[in-house]
Design a protein around this ligand. Structure first.
Ligand SMILES: [Zn+2]
Length: 359
């Protein structure tokens, strides 16, 4: 997808790069630019500069969100404050009001700071969440996954088995990845711009979907440091997870014909099958018409391809401390899933008794 030269020469975009601490033109910057254009007043080209100035004012401010909203309410509408904070922190949909007028981040904040003897509705009406600064609201609402503390002493039942609990908190990336999830559990991939949804398993149209963050170039900007993203550990884990999901296997081309003809398109080894799955996903992201029609700059993130091809590490609590709860949920879901068809049963040799009975 080509970039519009007139847009790239726009000094407002250069200023946006400076505000976001982006040293290269990333998909994250494009995504922020497009959202500013779409949500700020005066979308026409010549007012984009003003909108970028407003954005800078919001994200550089140390004021509480409530103060920012009341300051912006008269001129621009308080809603753009939430839109700007949401898009900057890459949790845009968590800052968009639901039917009752409350945003998901407010609800999460109230749940995390539940008051006794007060209904959730009443607590929400107090708007306590907006007494926080944008960075504080993100951490205190706990919408991003937090570190998992494994209490080894509690789990030990055998004094000679001190490594047991730690080994239990480990899953091979060869057994938990996009190939096994899609092939054996029928999971579909949903790419999301909401960082808080990364590696969450959810339902959509009755189907099980795994949400994967689609803008990892955000980690190249100054945003993670500004919003205190778990001392950057969460950022590191999200970056690592693409390879664990998409690149866990070494090539093991089977079949004399496949090897002779080097027919990777036909090869049934897991490495090649996953590579084809990866290509389909990347192609879909590049040609995401929904984004392209609505937005003006390309938001396909090339960083994904690089991260997918990196060295894969196993899912271990040491490497995936922040994402561990989600990894555990995925592993459990995969373990409990049953093969639903002849072809799946043939490929699925996780349960050896079932597999050899069938064969
Ligand atoms: Zn192969």
């Amino acid at each position: 997808m080509s970039r519009s030269p007139s847009l790239e020469r726009d000094p407002a975009l250069n200023k946006l790069d400076e505000i976001l601490g982006c040293f290269e033109k990333t998909a994250y910057r494009n995504y922020v630019a497009n959202t500013i254009r779409a949500s700020a007043p005066g979308r026409a080209g010549d007012s984009f500069q003003k909108n970028v100035d407003l954005f800078a004012e919001v994200i550089r401010s140390k004021e509480t969100i409530g103060n920012l909203i009341s300051r912006f309410r008269s001129g621009h509408g308080g809603g753009i404050v939430l839109a700007f904070i949401g898009v900057w922190q890459s949790v845009y949909h968590s800052f968009q009001p639901l039917a009752q007028g409350f945003t998901p981040v407010e609800i999460a904040y109230c749940v995390a700071h539940r008051r006794r003897k007060m209904s959730l509705q009443r607590q929400l009406a107090l708007k306590e969440a907006f007494n926080e600064t944008p960075a504080d609201l993100l951490s205190k609402s706990k919408i991003l996954p937090g570190p998992k503390q494994l209490d080894v002493t509690k789990r030990i039942t055998d004094p000679f088995d001190v490594l047991g609990p730690l080994e239990a908190a480990s899953v091979s990336c060869k057994s938990l990845n996009m190939y096994t999830l899609c092939s054996f559990a029928g999971v579909k991939i949903h790419w999301t711009t909401n960082l808080s949804r990364h590696l969450l398993l959810s339902k959509r149209d009755g189907k099980d979907i795994l949400e994967i963050y689609s803008l990892p170039s955000m980690f190249k900007s100054s945003t993670p440091a500004m919003i205190g993203l778990g001392n950057m550990e969460l950022a590191l884990e999200v970056r690592l997870s693409y390879a664990s999901l998409f690149n866990p296997y070494q090539p093991k081309h089977r079949g004399v014909l496949s090897r002779m003809l080097q027919r990777k398109k036909w090869c049934w080894c897991r490495h090649c099958m996953l590579a084809r799955m990866r290509d389909v996903e990347l192609k879909g992201l590049k040609h995401d018409r929904g984004h392209a029609e609505q937005l003006m700059l390309p938001t396909y993130d090339e960083t994904i391809q690089t991260l997918m091809a990196a060295h894969a590490v196993d899912w271990e609590i040491g490497s995936y401390n922040y994402l561990w709860t989600r990894v555990e949920a995925l592993e459990k879901f995969l373990r409990c899933s049953k093969p639903w068809g002849f072809r799946v049963l043939f490929r699925d040799n996780r349960n050896t008794a079932q597999y050899w009975t069938f064969v």
